[in-house]
Design a protein around this ligand. Structure first.
Ligand SMILES: [Zn+2]
Length: 130
């Protein structure tokens, strides 16, 4: 390859760091090993992004059907998760769910409950029909 071509390429690639380009090389080598073209990777990545955005919007639509609970300490909207349902979430004592404050750095309020996710959802569902 001619030096002139390299210089032109480097000018075009200027906005990207050497670290990024090294990651790119590693990524392309990996794709080649699995016989995947750059075009195919591009299409899959952009499709994956759209799918994630769609899933996020669906999730937001579902969440909008429920009344929110707020942290009694800092006022942030609480998140609800299942507990005692997998090895990384064992808390014992028959608890089924945990409300926690996402403001973990400054607050970290949490509340364990023996109600199931379904029971909380029934309790917090907005009453629409009349
Ligand atoms: Zn809080």
């Amino acid at each position: 390859m001619e030096t002139k071509e390299v210089v032109i390429f480097l000018k075009v690639a200027e906005p990207f760091s050497w670290g990024f380009m090294q990651d790119f090389i590693n990524f392309v080598d990996h794709l080649k090993k699995h016989d995947i073209s750059i075009d195919h990777a591009y299409n899959c990545i952009t499709q994956g992004k759209e799918d994630r955005i769609r899933a996020f919007k669906e999730h937001a639509k579902i969440l909008a059907q429920f009344k929110k609970k707020y942290c009694p300490i800092c006022g942030k909207e609480l998140d609800l998760i299942r507990v005692n349902n997998k090895p990384s979430r064992m808390v014992g004592e028959g608890y089924k769910t945990q409300w926690y404050c996402p403001n973990v750095r400054n607050c970290s309020y949490e509340f364990y409950s023996k109600k199931t996710m379904r029971e909380w959802m029934n309790e917090l569902k907005h009453v629409k029909e009349r």
